[in-house]
Design a protein around this ligand. Sequence first.
Ligand SMILES: NC(=O)C1=CN([C@@H]2O[C@H](COP(=O)(O)OP(=O)(O)OC[C@H]3O[C@@H](n4cnc5c(N)ncnc54)[C@H](OP(=O)(O)O)[C@@H]3O)[C@@H](O)[C@H]2O)[C@@H](O)CC1
Ligand SMILES: Nc1ncnc2c1ncn2[C@@H]1O[C@H](COP(=O)(O)OP(=O)(O)O)[C@@H](O)[C@H]1O
Ligand SMILES: [K+]
Length: 521
Amino acid sequence: MAHTTNRQEQIEQVVVTAQQMREIEGRIFEAGMPVAALMEKVAGLISLRLQALFPLSHYHRVGVLVGPGHNGGDAAVVARELHLQGYEVLIYRPIAKLKELTSGHTQYAASLGIPVYEQIEPLQNCDLIIDGLFGFGQTRSLSGNLADAVNRFNQGSQPIVSIDLPSGIHTDTGEVLGTAVRATRTFCLGLWKLAFLQDQALEYIGKAELIDFGIPAQDVWAILKQPAGLLRMSATVARNYLPLPRPAVTYKYKEGHLLLICGSRRYAGGAILTGLGARASGVGMLSMAVPESLKPLLVSHLPEALIIGCPETPAGAIAHLPEAIDLEDYSAIACGPGLTREAKPVIESVIEAQCPLVLDADGLNILAELRTIPTLLRRKTPTVLTPHVGEFKRLFPDSAGLLPDRVSAVWKASQLSRAVVLLKGARTAIAHAGSSVWLIPESTPALARGGSGDVLTGLIGGLVAYPSLSEQPLEAIVATAAWWHAQAGILAAQERTELGVDAFTLTQYLMQVVQKATLMP
Ligand SMILES: NC(=O)C1=CN([C@@H]2O[C@H](COP(=O)(O)OP(=O)(O)OC[C@H]3O[C@@H](n4cnc5c(N)ncnc54)[C@H](OP(=O)(O)O)[C@@H]3O)[C@@H](O)[C@H]2O)[C@@H](O)CC1
Ligand SMILES: Nc1ncnc2c1ncn2[C@@H]1O[C@H](COP(=O)(O)OP(=O)(O)O)[C@@H](O)[C@H]1O
Ligand SMILES: [K+]
């Protein structure tokens, strides 16, 4: 993160594994910070945030789940603070053997008159539950009475706030270990843990919030090294990879020439959406190769684009690229949406192109037929693949075994193929050649809708085509496009609800994202 100097901004962009978090904390403690003082500080911040979100006037009775480790310690301090503020607090402590600090805080809480129970029944009528059973120290599965208790709390209608992670969620993979707390909100402590960016954990995490308790940046970088392996894409970072401002003196080809190859008689709309995604990138020149019969349709939707009609199969797919196309003319090619699997000769041609190549949809299915890894390893210029999980499994059967740990799976696939692999999902992950993995931390399920991926392909193609960005890491440019796409979805959903974000509408919100990002201080 050479781009930002502000500690808070750096902290927001970092993602850590449990092991890394432990090592970072280890440095802080070694330097002299007392563990007890840090726990007091963290839990103080949590208590203040809880009081703001859940005022005493509406949430009188609070159940606090105290586990055996320091997550339980945090919870016991929170219990004390809420009690002192006038909340009626009850502690559930299922495991008798507690770490020393946790034991001390629980004992002190009890001395103040907070009841401590080993059964959940007394906590049944609480207005709010605070989950401090396990945090990033959890590796074992929940079973027996503990699992039953968690399942019963999940059935209640009261909100649940988890401290650090929902208990039962694996810090790195996001996997449910036996069972897990379904939190309304989770306060992630200090640094974002990887589970917050793994699709399988999202419905347990609820609304996620980082509680920044002042981890010094130098301790983070001492453990993560730069560039870090896991990175959260944000507006601050994305701004560095937008082709703005344009130089005062420029011309269309200097702002990139993208060739899109897409569409078929059956999937004509996909070609339009891909074109509109590319348009939003502002790319200097857009050419589109489509089946000959779609030419009038494309011209009417994208009058600025150069539409190239291609020979068609009887079913209306592109049979092959016309002789007149010279792939050397373009600064990037994006290919795939709506092609159908009949367009195999197209993929065989573009694989030989000497510019960056983005493959999506049927482009990926055909690549899998051609044998993904040997085909990609032949290429001398970068390839970007944008699969959803189904396509990913066909492309990379060997890496797919790591799913549902999407971050490990995409990392492995990129390492084996040397390509930039963008794995679509609720939290899209982008990896390049086994180096960093970029994660898109915010999105909206409004995007789970036919055609929104086509828009993304066009947008990625457009950004990749900019010669002014060609010195930048390709994976960061692809992640910027994915962040942009997700932000447009969020804006559109805010104005139109999650039901109102069809793919065409999505394209209409792309510009607003750039306006917002570039107006930021
Ligand atoms: N260090 C600090 O000052 C700060 C730390 N912070 C807080 O500390 C948290 C990490 O604390 P932690 O390392 O103590 O681990 P934690 O997640 O509480 O639990 C591990 C314990 O649970 C036990 N256990 C696990 N699974 C189990 C099972 N199924 N059934 C039964 N037992 C099971 C496990 O036992 P073991 O598996 O080792 O036998 C171990 O004893 C972190 O998330 C944050 O909240 C913050 O306040 C910042 C400052
Ligand atoms: N639950 C979700 N939350 C956020 N984004 C999602 C969700 N589901 C899908 N998306 C996004 O929507 C897009 C869908 O793309 P894709 O599956 O290729 O659809 P299509 O081929 O119909 O265009 C991807 O960018 C993906 O990340
Ligand atoms: K927890």
